[in-house]
Design a protein around this ligand. Structure first.
Ligand SMILES: N[C@@H](CCC[C@H](N)C(=O)O)C(=O)O
Length: 259
């Protein structure tokens, strides 16, 4: 099979993007997805995304983690697919698309995408961490000395030890200013730290607001791959109008023959 692919990145969270409107990609071939995402034997990416036709929206997003498994919502991938849809000419400045967690509205301006995320009303607050689902499950934990913290070792321990087979993404956070936080994330399905996680920083912003550590409705999140902004409205503990904003960039396009 001959595959044309496009590579995108959003604050360093990188994706192989495939235009699957003609339904030619073998969607159940987990091994193929993992091979394409492999950084030594393939193209290399944190995930693979298919852009498909949808009856009720401009397009549909199908997301796979680098391990080949189809997964839940990817915020940075959602921003990147909007940029890809703009490149293909199927999205204008405003677009609506369907993902695994429902309909998303987005605004594309040059290489910046503002993506509406799911509402959040279940937030579990524990002594030293918060757990919530922003389209994907997230553990949010404050730490000291974020620069020297072993995200992979600690993330792995929590991901498998605490959350069992289904797992969770694990975010470590340190405040760095007024409504500004530094975030490092261990991603389930990549099974390593990634440079940024969109649903992760969304979870961090909401968790910090819920626990009184962020006071504003716009929170800035600095990840190793760059800066993202999350804004929301909150009423009686329910978070609505949640938006994730940041850069989404086309890196290159290529072709591969896969057996
Ligand atoms: N990188 C993503 C999160 C992708 C999903 C995650 N790895 C999972 O399986 O839960 C993002 O930007 O949100």
């Amino acid at each position: 099979m001959h595959l044309i692919f496009h590579k995108y990145q959003g604050t360093g969270n990188d994706f192989v993007m495939i235009d699957n409107r003609r339904q030619y990609f073998p969607k159940n071939d987990t091994k193929l997805v993992a091979r394409l995402c492999d950084r030594k034997f393939g193209i290399g990416a944190d995930g693979l995304i298919l852009l498909e036709n949808d009856r009720d929206a401009d397009f549909r997003m199908v997301y796979y983690n680098a391990d080949g498994g189809e997964s839940t919502m990817c915020g940075n991938g959602g921003r990147c697919i909007v940029a890809f849809a703009g490149f293909l000419g199927i999205a204008g400045e405003q677009t609506d698309f369907v993902a695994v967690d429902g309909m998303h509205h987005a605004v594309l301006k040059e290489d910046r995408v503002r993506l509406q995320m799911s509402d959040v009303d279940i937030i579990e607050v524990f002594d030293n961490y918060v757990f919530l689902n922003t389209g994907s499950p997230h553990h949010v934990q404050e730490i000291n000395d974020i620069d020297n913290f072993d995200v992979k070792a600690n993330g792995e321990k929590l991901r498998y030890g605490k959350y069992g087979k289904g797992g969770s993404n694990i975010n470590f956070v340190s405040p760095s200013g007024n409504n500004v936080f530094r975030v490092r994330t261990y991603e389930r399905g990549v099974e390593d730290e990634t440079l940024s996680c969109g649903t992760g920083v969304t979870a961090v912003a909401i968790a910090m607001h819920r626990t009184g550590k962020a006071t504003g409705n716009t929170v800035t999140l600095d990840t190793p791959g760059g800066r993202l902004t999350v804004s929301f409205e909150e009423r009686d503990g329910k978070y609505t109008n949640v938006h994730l904003e940041g850069p989404a960039t086309r890196v290159f396009q290529g072709e591969v023959d896969v057996l």
